[in-house]
Design a protein around this ligand. Structure first.
Ligand SMILES: [Zn+2]
Length: 91
């Protein structure tokens, strides 16, 4: 099973070269009841996990886009690739 931490690390791998470490620094991720935050320490990125009560108010507009992966935010040209992105693969 893919864990939140694995998804965050995947996201970092995918966005390396697109975003600078400075831009990734402070990015927050929510997986289940856990909140993950990218923290830059020196020249590497750490992922901090905090678990607690979490309430998310989602903007339904962001779900109307079928071509954006809902987990990592990667955009694709077709629906199949979008669905396969994070839900398929190494599970
Ligand atoms: Zn994805």
């Amino acid at each position: 099973m893919t864990t939140g931490l694995e998804l965050v690390n995947k996201w970092i791998e995918r966005n390396k070269g697109i975003l600078s470490e400075e831009e990734m620094n402070g990015t927050n991720f929510v997986f289940g009841d856990s909140l993950y935050t990218i923290k830059r320490s020196g020249n590497r990125l750490d992922v901090e996990q905090s678990t607690g009560k979490l309430v998310i108010f989602r903007d339904l507009k962001q779900f109307s886009d079928d071509l954006t992966c809902r987990i990592c935010g990667t955009e694709y040209n077709n629906k199949i690739d979008t669905i396969r992105c994070c839900t398929n693969g190494d599970e």
